[in-house]
Write a new protein. Structure first.
Length: 358
């Protein structure tokens, strides 16, 4: 087809990637998949300009220069720039257990980005996309995304263990809420006056009985204990000091660690979680704790959800929002009593989200 953009001007062939089935039109419409940037405030494209396309996805997206709080991301330019020289990029990222992305707008020619203020030893999903001056003219108005890449920040020293209690000569604790890596062990420090003794323990030890030989000699006054987590980077923070009572050594096993609930199961289209109370609760039962999560290949618990259930109820109705989006899904229940907030005994089942229908 032919067109003339100015009245009484001689007709010309339609510009690149445009066509018209009629003669002497004022504008040749763009062919399918091609557009004009008519909204550029500085240099809007008009009838005399050819139509261009959007770019293909960035190539070879990869991570580099990983630290405990940052990830470097780089990529190659698209194989097809759409026939334009104004390609730009966006980067969006999120921790794997999060639901929403953080988006970063990029300079036109920049093909790398440093993502900072990240969490240690956390797996991030990163998506790089390419756009150009006609991206906003497309029906979706969205950039062309490359396949996501998954990168993990480096380890950092772990946080302190939590829920540390002392019962008689026993010390009980829970792993750090921020392990910042793979826990390789625990240190338990016993101090008495200016004397101290440190005991090295394995990564799966959460209860330790302090014996006579663990109390340092030469100190005076009460004995205190602290616990510290260790990973490949180093030693984490010590917990606050707690008095250890040594006058009952050897002491009976600590009360306040109930046995696991019995007969844990899902019924009613697998949305009704039910269980029987433990044979022994070690005190007065005050509540149950339900926790639901996806266990990653490295053992970390992703998209974790937890809820307390009154002691008179041996059931919980699972809601859609309680379940991780990733299979398989682990569901655990433990009992808590009036003596201890520590639970070593969890009843456990593993399901897929497709097994549940609300």
């Amino acid at each position: 087809g032919k067109f003339h953009s100015v009245k009484d001007e001689e007709c010309k062939d339609c510009p690149a990637n445009s066509m018209s089935t009629e003669e002497a039109v004022s504008v040749c419409p763009c062919s399918e998949g091609y557009y004009r940037n008519t909204n550029d405030p500085n240099n809007p494209e008009g009838p005399d300009d050819g139509c261009t396309g959007t770019p293909s996805a960035p190539r070879n997206v990869a991570c580099s220069s990983m630290t405990k709080s940052s990830l470097g991301v780089g990529w190659g330019s698209p194989a097809d720039d759409g026939g334009r020289g104004d390609v730009y990029y966006t980067v969006k990222y999120k921790a794997q257990e999060d639901t929403g992305f953080t988006e970063v707008n990029m300079a036109i020619t920049q093909t790398s980005r440093l993502l900072s203020s990240l969490k240690p030893y956390t797996r991030y999903e990163i998506i790089v996309a390419a756009g150009n001056g006609v991206t906003d003219e497309t029906p979706s108005g969205e950039e062309t995304e490359a396949d996501p890449v998954f990168c993990r920040t480096s380890e950092d020293v772990p946080g302190a263990p939590f829920e540390v209690i002392v019962v008689g000569s026993y010390v009980v604790w829970q792993p750090p809420s921020e392990p910042n890596g793979v826990i390789t062990g625990y240190n338990l420090r016993v101090t008495k006056g200016s004397a101290e003794n440190t005991i090295n323990l394995g990564p799966n030890t959460f209860v330790y009985e302090v014996e006579d030989e663990d109390i340092p000699l030469g100190g005076t006054g009460a004995a205190f204990v602290q616990v510290q987590a260790v990973n490949s980077i180093g030693d984490g923070a010590w917990t606050d000091e707690k008095v250890i009572f040594t006058n009952c050594i050897p002491c009976p096993p600590p009360p306040g660690v109930p046995l696991e609930p019995r007969n844990l199961q899902l019924v009613g289209n697998n949305t009704f979680l039910t269980w029987d109370p433990p044979y022994d609760v070690g005190g007065v039962l005050v509540r149950y704790r339900v926790r639901i999560y996806h266990e990653a290949a490295d053992g970390s618990q992703l998209q974790k959800f937890s809820v307390d259930v009154p002691p008179e109820n041996s059931y919980y109705i699972i809601q859609d929002g309680d379940l991780p989006s990733i299979d398989p899904i682990t569901i655990e229940v433990c009992a808590r009593n009036d003596i201890s907030e520590v639970s070593r005994e969890w009843a456990k089942i593993v399901i897929n989200k497709t097994d549940t229908t609300n």
